[in-house]
Design a protein around this ligand. Structure first.
Ligand code: ADP
Length: 407
């Protein structure tokens, strides 16, 4: 199964710094239906990832993407690259305030160009969230040591154990986060292979349906053959269905946090992260937050993913505009009832009102390198929170994408 081969080739490492030393604390691999995350505590060796790349990222604290590590690049002489031959590689420093707290390393050995700038921006967001969870993970490790020292003193130990349990929960969160990060990054490659995998059973269905028509059309219909062909149609239909089900499971985050948070703060973080992309595209990005908004309830990271998707789409929609300002405005306001409404307005190419709904279909894209998954995933995130996401053409040029979130 091509998708599985692709997916299982996908690997991610989470490396944290302990003082001077770097240690691998988790390794994620995409497996059959799930992303398998192994927690560990091992020193980093040149057989884990390209050593020269790792040191470059530590020195510069900048993310590196290799579109295709198998072609000539500054790291092609690296022993790891030569032996393991990864194709797409991404190495991202996890920076908290100004300190590098760790490194996220992702690779894909089958497909080139899996890690795009758009996905990097998304990862940087997730990484900044992960950095926070990671601090908890580190606390957990410290507590582990503390716990060992406290074995004599019973009451203290009980307290430590309770804290340990709490930290374990944080650790699981970090784990889910990492799994989610690897999942988001395999999307491109998965979409391509899933399309391929669905096509095969579909072709089989058409062939067998034609065959059964032929068996039935003859003067003496051959019911036995026809029945067998129909059996194969059902088998292929189920196979296609399985592929789609598996895909859904992959895109869905297993764990959804339910917390109260300030939506303006969450949006501002995303705006900061996308500022660089905006500047690079000569886009003026601005937030118009409503004052006195109530806090909203849901998964903060997922909401940020939606906002980021909409911002990056807006920036892309303005990339060909030369005769007017490229403005992107993010507004928050009170909606109906207990709703808060977020609007992302651009002055880009806009859309044909007839395709206002089609844009949200999975795999619908008008971009050459597009996946057509962004809006579809965004909508499912918003709807899983009980909100709505829709698009309206502006009075002037451009489009506005809006969604609601419950307080
Ligand atoms: P992708 O960006 O990979 O194409 P999306 O699901 O995010 O996938 O978007 C689907 C399509 O919707 C885009 O290809 C584009 O045609 C349209 N679209 C999305 N955002 C905008 C926008 N801000 N302005 C105009 N069209 C848009």
């Amino acid at each position: 199964m091509i998708a599985l081969e692709h997916a299982s080739a996908e690997r991610g490492l989470l490396i944290l710094s302990h003082g001077e030393e770097l240690r691998i604390v988790a390794e994620a691999r995409t497996g059959r239906d799930v992303v398998d995350v192994q927690m560990q505590d091992a020193s980093v060796t040149p057989s884990d990832l390209p050593d020269s790349l790792l040191h470059y990222v530590i020195r510069t604290q900048e993310s590196v993407i290799l579109d295709d590590a198998s072609t000539q690049n500054p790291f092609s002489q690296d022993e790891y690259v030569r032996q393991r031959r990864p194709r797409s590689v991404l190495c991202l420093p996890l920076v908290k305030q100004v300190n590098m707290v760790g490194i996220l390393y992702l690779e894909n050995s089958l497909a080139p160009r899996v890690f795009t700038a758009k996905r990097l921006a998304m990862l940087e967001l997730l990484a900044s969230q992960a950095a926070i969870s990671l601090d908890h993970a580190r606390l957990y490790a410290d507590l582990g040591r503390l716990n060992a020292e406290l074995t004599q003193e019973n009451s203290d130990r009980r307290k430590a154990e309770e804290e340990l349990r709490q930290k374990e929960i944080s650790l699981r969160e970090a784990q889910t986060e990492l799994a989610h990060v690897s999942r988001v990054t395999t999307m491109g490659e998965l979409a391509a292979s899933i399309a391929h995998e669905v096509k095969q059973p579909l072709a089989g269905i058409v062939t067998n349906a034609n065959a059964s028509l032929r068996w039935l059309a003859s003067e003496l219909p051959n019911l036995k053959e026809a029945r067998e062909a129909i059996g194969r149609i059902i088998r292929d239909g189920n196979r296609a269905n399985d592929v789609v089900t598996r895909m859904r499971a992959l895109f869905k985050k297993a764990y959804t946090a339910k917390e109260r948070f300030d939506i303006n703060d969450a949006i501002e973080e995303v705006a900061i992260l996308t500022q660089r992309e905006a500047r690079r595209n000569q886009v003026a990005l601005r937030i118009e937050p409503a004052a006195d908004l109530p806090t909203v309830t849901g998964d903060r990271v997922q909401l940020q993913q939606v906002v980021m998707n909409l911002i990056l789409n807006g920036i892309e929609a303005m990339s060909t505009i030369e005769d007017r300002e490229r403005d992107l405005v993010i507004r928050t306001q009170r909606g109906e009832g207990d709703e808060v409404r977020v609007a992302v307005q651009d002055s880009g190419i806009g859309f044909d009102p007839r395709s206002a709904e089609r844009m949200f279909d999975a795999f619908h894209t008008t971009k050459p390198g597009g996946l057509g998954m962004g809006l579809s995933i965004s909508r499912s995130i918003v709807e899983s929170h009980g909100g709505r996401l829709w698009a309206v053409p502006n009075d002037g040029p451009g489009a506005t994408f809006q969604f609601t979130f419950h307080t």
